[in-house]
Design a protein around this ligand. Structure first.
Ligand code: BES
Ligand code: MN
Ligand code: ZN
Length: 481
């Protein structure tokens, strides 16, 4: 699917040859003399197009427009969420089977957030997963054109949005795949494929190397599965070697059964999504390969299954992490923190400017924030603010959560330096407190994406979050926003 942005207004929009033309009508629409303007003015006056955001008026084979279908869609003030709602409603109403060409026209000068929103919403609405079907459904949409009279001011936000889509779709692909099509080895292959790009390199470690690195905590999780672990190190080098990199670490549990502390059967299939953090790291690198910004980024992915064989780690076992700290594994289902802590220690060698880990870490975070905002934890106010502002700009939202030391009380144990779980209360925070013990050497933030990474129910599927947030965080900010 390719995207184009053109400096064209309503007169030109009427001459667009496409399957569907979506016209985003703002709240304060001002008609000019052209036919399309007049049509909109009449539809508004007659009440056939209501002003409420998401209200649409679909039409077919009009003489005034070359597009086969025209959908007028009320888009309020053209904010991110309004445009998203309008586009989803318009595409839902247009019912164009096999739509190949879509044009979206802004009926008044478009805001940056409106352009970003339109690109992401069109991609989201037309995405199809098809890797494991016998007769793969396919995305019919091939060409998307955005028309705005102020297009020249919008090219950089447009390019970013299009690159975000590529990253988001790679993340969706890998997160959606069932665990038998997304093993640690296959994730490593996907990372190696990204390294075909000249600025990207990839190293992959197996069990022997990880043992040498003394990642006893990561190894303990992996030992319960016959599927060999992989530790993936991706590097994007866009700036001078002297520039300290940002390290992103993605939790790569390709299936989380819970281990001996086994999970209940209902919805256990959704634990194939437990590598969504890893998928978002792959997605970020994909976007970087397109935009080629002058930054340095390291991506780390500890990937393994959390399963149950005769060698599986048992509740009460004590393991030694790469940092030297011993951990009593009281619950084998709190495995994400066990693989992440060793990756955090590994990150020290890069002398990073910042480290951000991304993980579907706790059910408690789903209870706290639902699916709207990812949980964000940071011991560094500057880093937290950068993430908050990137979250605002990308509209891939997060919410800062606390890290008071009192929350770590429950992690105390008589048998090791730390336990891997505390009580039920504040579960997302106690998980973050566990991770924080491994972050002394750099500014650190943790994103708990347990609620935001995928949808359950009939719409079950990966969201590709937080690729948008990460990309916006990594890219140098050109102007104060
Ligand atoms: N991958 C899960 C977290 C999860 C659960 C994400 C449900 C999304 C939906 C994680 O490994 C886990 O099992 N966490 C436990 C921690 C508990 C044992 C302290 C949890 O949240 O129940
Ligand atoms: Mn678990
Ligand atoms: Zn997990």
């Amino acid at each position: 699917m390719n995207f184009e942005l053109q400096e064209i207004g309503l007169v030109g929009a009427a001459r667009e040859k496409c399957d569907v033309l979506v016209l985003l009508v703002p709240k304060n629409f001002k008609a000019t003399k052209d036919a399309l303007s007049q049509l909109v003015a009449q539809a508004l006056k007659a009440g056939d197009l209501e002003a409420g955001v998401g209200k649409v008026l679909p039409m077919y084979r009009l003489s005034e427009v070359l597009a086969t279908r025209l959908v007028l869609a009320s888009a309020g003030d053209g904010t991110f969420s309004e445009v998203r709602k309008a586009i989803l409603a318009a595409l839902g109403a247009s019912k164009s089977p096999g739509m190949k060409k879509l044009t979206v026209c802004f009926a008044s000068p478009a805001k940056e957030e409106a352009v970003r929103s339109a690109v992401l919403a069109v991609a989201d609405a037309t995405y199809v997963y098809n890797t494991t079907h016998s007769k793969p459904p396919s995305r019919s949409l091939q060409h998307v054109r955005l028309l705005a009279t102020n297009a020249t001011q919008l090219t950089s936000v447009f390019d970013r949005a299009v690159a975000t889509v590529s990253g988001v779709e790679l993340a969706k692909e890998w997160a959606n795949r069932p665990a038998n099509f997304a093993t640690p080895s296959l994730l490593a292959k996907a990372a190696q494929a990204l390294a075909l790009h000249p600025k990207i390199t990839c190293e992959v470690f197996g069990p022997k190397e990880v043992e040498k690195l003394a990642m006893g905590s990561f190894l303990a999780v992996a030992q319960g599965s016959d599927e060999p672990l992989r530790f993936i190190v991706l590097r994007y080098s866009g700036a001078a070697k002297t520039q300290a990199p940002t390290v992103v670490i993605g939790k790569g549990i390709t299936f989380d059964s819970g281990g001996i502390s086994i999970k209940p059967a209902p919805e256990m299939d959704e634990m194939k999504f437990d590598m969504s953090g890893a998928a978002s790291v792959l997605g970020l690198f994909k976007s970087l390969s397109i935009l080629k910004p002058a930054v340095n980024v390291v991506g780390l992915i500890p990937a393994c299954e959390n399963l149950i064989n005769g060698k599986a780690v048992k509740p009460g076992d004590v393991v030694t992490s790469m940092s030297g700290q011993t951990i009593e594994i009281l619950n084998t289902d709190a495995e994400g923190r066990l693989v992440l802590c060793d990756a955090l220690t590994y990150a020290e060698r890069f002398k990073p400017a910042a480290v951000v880990d991304i993980a579907t870490l706790t059910g408690a975070c789903v209870i706290a924030l639902g699916a709207v905002r990812s949980g964000m934890f940071s011991s560094h106010d500057g880093l937290a603010q950068s993430l908050e502002s990137a979250s605002q700009r990308s509209q891939d939202l997060c919410w800062r959560m606390p890290l008071d030391d009192e929350y770590a009380e429950g992690l105390k144990t008589n048998f090791a330096d730390v336990a891997n779980v505390a009580g039920r209360a504040g579960g997302a925070i106690t998980a973050a407190k566990f991770l924080q013990r491994f972050t002394d050497k750099f500014p650190w933030a943790h994103l708990d994406i347990a609620g935001s990474a995928w949808k359950s129910g009939p719409q079950k599927g990966a969201t590709g979050r937080p690729v948008g947030l990460l990309l916006e965080f990594i890219l140098p900010t050109t102007k104060a926003k």
